[in-house]
Write a protein that binds this ligand. Structure first.
Ligand code: ZN
Length: 242
């Protein structure tokens, strides 16, 4: 006998498999991230189709077979239809699911991560999508245990001045003007971008919504988020390899 499981989940990724099958990567509430096989899903007549699409939030049922977990039912809860009309929001959704998928381990349910994902999807309805992405990113890596040091220099440990902040690749952290020679590898970071990340990590959504974020600040925010993402991906890859 196969074991049946029922849960809800977000569909992060889909890949074709063979003639008509598909593998869906789903972040489920009760089991964490799972790869689920949908047999004959690409056939028009498949009863699964209504509940399986990228970025759908669905109620799913699957059975654990010898080799695969196979989907037997998928009922749509929310397709976030209004979000998908806007190209910018759509690209933020794909970025979120890509980063999410690359850093979350399989079959490792986590209530905090689940709640963050729910929260982010709701916020995408009401605010500038790129800000929601940064809100997701910084809170996500913090929940995964990679909380960045944003107040003190990672070299001398002294408090960072509000004027002179760098990101040092080798240290993978923020550094101060006393420790850095700006002509070397360290990149200068707009201090207001760091302030925004601090607000994000306090989950102070009211303040965040009211901020008028300038172009230079967004640029720095993008740079520093990318530094951290590549550093964390490198470390996560290192940890999981044998
Ligand atoms: Zn320093």
């Amino acid at each position: 006998m196969f074991n049946h499981y029922r849960t809800s989940g977000f569909i992060l990724k889909k890949n074709d498999r063979g003639e008509a099958n598909r593998i869906f990567t789903v972040y489920t509430k009760d089991f964490g991230k799972l790869d689920l096989l949908a047999r004959a899903e690409r056939k028009i007549t498949s009863k699964l189709r209504g509940g399986l699409e990228l970025f759908y939030f669905s109620e799913i049922e699957f059975i654990q077979g010898k080799h695969y977990k196979t989907l037997i039912d998928a009922v749509l809860i929310d397709s976030f239809k209004s979000l998908k009309k806007d190209l910018k929001t759509l690209s933020v959704l794909s970025k979120i699911s890509e980063v999410f998928d690359s850093l979350v381990r399989e079959a490792d349910p986590d209530e905090k991560i689940w709640n963050l994902l729910m929260e982010v999807f709701k916020k995408l309805n009401s605010t500038r999508p790129e800000i929601v992405y940064y809100y997701f990113f910084w809170n996500f890596i913090t929940t995964l245990g990679y909380r960045p040091e944003l107040y003190n220099c990672s070299l001398c440990q002294k408090k960072l001045s509000p004027k002179d902040i760098y990101f040092n690749d080798k240290e993978a952290g923020l550094t101060c003007g006393r420790c850095e020679n700006p002509t070397e590898s360290a990149k200068s970071i707009n201090p207001d971008a760091i302030k925004i990340i601090r607000i994000i990590l306090k989950k102070d959504w009211l303040t965040l919504k009211k901020l008028k974020i300038k172009k230079e600040e967004l640029g720095s925010l993008k740079d520093i988020s990318q530094y951290y993402l590549s550093e964390i991906s490198r470390r996560a890859g290192y940890v999981s390899s044998p």
